[in-house]
Design a protein around this ligand. Structure first.
Ligand code: FE2
Length: 445
């Protein structure tokens, strides 16, 4: 087998495992009561391994429940899409007559309004999971979601709303979707776009929604060739950033042309007077000829946008290769001082990240926390020490393979002792494949 996304750090888990009372090195902080969850592609029943695309493996959610200083359980579960349920010999939980696009959500997992949701972009609905990660079924937010949803949402700490921008290859628009604190869609806005851009993420500030219409677009040629992910770098597509007031409509978007690039992920964004500040991981190009194998390294940039003048200036914050930018979730859409990323020198090689970075945007200093070679450390998720603790006063959690043990640890770092000994390493019973995004879900959610 030569497909690099099926070997090494990416080799899929073969079984669903349930383990209780996990061994721990160090001490799990008593205040961490809840679940660390992470989603990622984990193909099931692959017929053609050479044709496998990392973005299209069936979703598997991994979870670790922490309570009162103990790691109560680890579970990993495939998200039961129609196809996954069929392959596992189970009855699908969705409407058997529906023709809606369906996929085992593989990109993100979070909780909102009492639901645990596995998320993916480009057409399907989310899947709701139980607390123990069993699939409840496709979720349309109680019948209020008109169509597709997406993987990257922004939770507004002021209003409790969950904001998102969904795209679908069949739409001539992207759709801004607001889900209220009770879990119902209260607002959708269609923003016209041309050429089917891949819009993986967006940015949210106190008053604005910021859209990335960048030159990776749906490719009819790739689709005709049978590509499973028919999106590719398209130099003829404009690169532009759209600024829409949160209460605006599709005609109120102000588009600003920028140099060609691609952005998968926003670290955070906020308003600074009349300007907007947007921190992103930026690639000079992406998916050239549809290929993920030779992508250039992403770096951390800061965009400062003057909406009135229609100008965007870009500043390099850190040119070391890095991805999966995260912020203290309580700062989303508000000014932040700190951000956390994963070293990405080998992110899409079989050696995934081997360091986490903590950026202090006030001092311009980044701390680098190295992990053992081959540890394939994943996205860093911040958990505050208490709900009203200061920014960065808490823990950074990430999955890292322990080559000595041959299995993965949930590593818990004190954010303010980023390069010191981990507070705890929770020893999971299996190797968790390198994956995408996750969340710390405290139990009160
Ligand atoms: Fe993502």
């Amino acid at each position: 087998m030569t497909n690099r996304f099926l070997t090494g750090a990416f080799a899929p888990a073969t079984d669903e495992v349930t383990a209780f009372d996990l061994p721990v090195t160090g001490r799990i902080p008593d205040e961490l009561n809840g679940r660390y969850l992470r989603n990622g592609p984990n193909p099931l029943g692959l017929e053609d391994p050479e044709a496998y695309h990392l973005f299209l493996g069936e979703g598997m959610v991994h979870g670790v429940r922490l309570r009162d200083g103990r790691a109560e359980w680890y579970r990993n579960r495939w998200v039961r899409s129609r196809e996954v349920a069929g392959r596992l010999g189970e009855e699908w939980s969705g409407d058997p007559d529906t023709e809606d696009f369906d996929f085992a959500a593989n990109t993100h997992v979070l909780a909102h309004a009492g639901r645990t949701l596995a998320l993916v972009e480009a057409g399907p609905r989310p899947y709701e999971l139980s607390y123990e990660l069993d699939t409840v079924g496709p979720c349309d937010f109680g019948g209020t979601l008109p169509g597709a949803y997406t993987a990257h949402t922004k939770h507004d700490p002021r209003t409790g709303e969950l904001h998102a921008v969904a795209y679908h290859f069949g739409w001539e628009y992207v759709q801004y979707v607001v889900v209220d604190a009770r879990g119902a869609v209260t607002r959708t806005v269609n923003v016209p776009v041309q050429g089917g851009p891949m819009m993986h993420d967006f940015a949210l500030t106190e008053r604005h929604v910021i859209l990335y219409d960048l030159p990776v677009t749906f490719s009819m040629d790739l689709a005709a060739d049978g590509a499973r992910l028919p999106y590719a770098w398209n130099p003829s597509h404009p690169a532009r950033v759209g600024i829409m007031p949160r209460d605006g409509d599709g005609s109120s978007v102000r588009w600003i042309d920028i140099d060609p690039c691609f952005v998968f992920h926003t670290l955070n964004a906020y308003e600074d007077g009349d300007r907007l500040v947007v921190d992103v991981a930026r690639y000079p190009e992406m998916l050239v000829a549809g290929r993920l194998e030779d992508v250039p390294a992403p770096a951390l940039d800061r965009w400062t946008i003057d909406p009135a003048a229609g100008k965007l200036s870009s500043q390099r914050v850190d040119d070391r290769p890095q991805e999966f930018p995260r912020v203290d979730e309580r700062r989303v859409s508000e000014p932040h001082r700190y951000g956390y990323t994963v070293s990405a020198a080998e992110l899409l090689r079989t050696k995934a990240g081997e360091a986490l970075l903590k950026h202090d945007y006030m001092t311009g200093v980044a701390e680098v926390r190295e992990f053992a070679a081959g540890s394939a450390v994943g996205e860093a998720v911040f958990a505050p020490r208490s709900p009203d603790a200061a920014e960065d006063d808490g823990y950074v959690m990430a999955l890292a393979f322990d080559p000595g043990r041959g299995a993965t640890d949930l590593v818990i770092l004190a954010a303010q002792d980023f390069t010191g000994e981990p507070v705890a390493r929770v020893h999971l019973p299996i190797r968790v494949p390198a994956g995408f995004h996750g969340s710390w879900v405290p139990d009160q959610n």
